[in-house]
Design a protein around this ligand. Structure first.
Ligand SMILES: *[C@@H]1O[C@H](CO)[C@@H](O)[C@H](O)[C@H]1NC(C)=O
Ligand SMILES: *[C@@H]1O[C@H](CO)[C@@H](O)[C@H](O)[C@H]1NC(C)=O
Ligand SMILES: *[C@@H]1O[C@H](CO)[C@@H](O)[C@H](O)[C@H]1NC(C)=O
Ligand SMILES: *[C@@H]1O[C@H](CO)[C@@H](O)[C@H](O)[C@H]1NC(C)=O
Length: 247
C-alpha cells in the first residue's frame, strides 16, 4: 500500500509501526509543495471534501484543516493541520476509502503534482494545553499562526510553565479563538504553537501587548535560539468541531 507517494509512505508506515501510545492524541502539520496553483487548489478541494465526510463519520478526528500562506505571495504551498484522538483513529482514517482510495489514487495518478516531496511533521499534544472556542465558527477569516521555536539545550522544560500561563491567559481573551502547545516527540529543544485570532489587529494590539505575553517574552527570550512564524489562512476543512458543519 502506498500513500500520497513513496516518500510519504515512509513516515506514515513508521508511525503505524511504532504507534504504541494508545489513547494519546496525535497532531500533524504537513507541508504540500505543489507544482502549480491549479493543482494546489485541486488538492485543497479534495481534502476539503474529505473533511466534510470526516466531520460526520469520524468522531475522533478533531482537526482537519487546509490552510495556505497568507498574503498571496506563495500560491504553490498548502498545509494540512490534523489532529486525531489516538493512533487507532488515525490508522482508521488513513485506511478509509476516501483517503487510501480516492485521494491517494488521485495523487499517484497526477503527474508532477509535487514540486518537492511533502513534509509530514508530527507533534506531541500537551495535556490541557489546547483550547478552541465556539466563536471560532463565527470568525469570517480567522488569523491563523503557527510558531516553531527552539530553545537552548533542555530549554523547553524551563520555558513550559511560562507558555502554560500564556495558554491560560489567552483562553480569557475574547479574540483569541484557538491556542495549542505542542512538543516534538524526539527533539527536546523544539516547541510549536498553533493559534487563531479574530483578526491580525487583535493579535498585534491586544494579545501581543498583554502582561502575560510580555512576561513570557521576558522570561523565555534568553533561552530561545530560533523562532519561525507562519501566517496562514484557512481554505477548507475544520479546526473546530462544535457545529454540524465543522467550522
Ligand atoms: C514523528 O516524528 C519523528 C521525528 O520527529 C519520526 O521519527 C517519526 O517517524 C514521525 N512519525 C510520523 C508518523 O511521521
Ligand atoms: C468526496 O467525498 C465523498 C464522500 O463523502 C466521496 O464519495 C467522493 O468520492 C469524494 N470526491 C472526491 C473528488 O474526493
Ligand atoms: C502565482 O504567483 C506567481 C508569482 O507571484 C505569479 O506569477 C502567478 O501569476 C500566480 N499564479 C496564480 C494562478 O495566481
Ligand atoms: C484505487 O486504485 C486501486 C488500484 O488501482 C483500485 O483497486 C481502487 O478501486 C481505487 N480506489 C478508488 C476509490 O478509486
Amino acid at each position: 500500500m502506498r500513500f500520497y507517494n513513496s516518500s510519504l509512505f515512509v513516515p506514515f508506515a513508521l508511525w503505524i509501526h511504532h504507534a504504541s501510545a494508545a489513547g494519546r492524541p496525535v497532531f500533524f502539520f504537513t507541508l504540500f509543495p505543489t507544482s502549480t496553483t491549479e493543482l494546489r487548489d485541486q488538492l485543497i478541494s479534495r481534502m476539503d471534501n474529505i473533511s466534510h465526510w470526516s466531520c460526520t463519520n469520524e468522531v475522533g478526528v478533531t482537526k482537519y484543516a487546509l490552510v495556505v500562506p497568507r498574503g498571496g505571495g506563495d500560491n504553490l504551498t498548502a498545509y494540512s493541520i490534523e489532529q486525531y484522538d489516538d493512533d487507532a483513529t488515525f490508522n482508521k482514517h488513513l485506511a478509509a476509502d476516501v483517503v487510501s482510495g480516492t485521494l491517494f489514487n488521485w495523487s499517484r495518478n497526477t503527474p508532477n503534482l509535487w514540486a518537492k516531496d511533502p513534509v509530514v511533521q508530527n507533534f506531541t499534544v500537551l495535556d490541557g494545553q489546547n483550547f478552541v472556542k465556539p466563536e471560532f465558527a463565527k470568525a469570517a477569516d480567522p488569523y491563523i499562526v503557527i510558531e516553531a521555536l527552539t530553545y537552548a539545550q533542555g530549554g523547553v522544560h524551563h520555558v513550559l510553565e511560562h507558555w502554560e500561563e500564556e495558554v491560560a491567559a489567552s483562553q480569557k481573551e475574547s479574540g483569541t479563538l484557538l491556542f495549542g502547545l505542542y512538543t516534538d516527540p524526539v527533539d527536546e529543544s523544539k516547541l510549536w504553537t498553533l493559534a487563531a485570532y479574530e483578526s491580525a489587529e487583535y493579535l498585534t494590539n491586544i494579545h501581543a501587548k498583554s502582561p502575560t505575553a510580555s512576561d513570557l517574552e521576558k522570561h523565555t527570550k534568553g533561552m530561545r535560539t530560533s523562532l519561525k512564524t507562519t501566517l496562514l489562512q484557512k481554505r477548507g476543512g475544520f479546526l473546530y468541531k462544535g457545529s454540524p458543519s465543522c467550522a
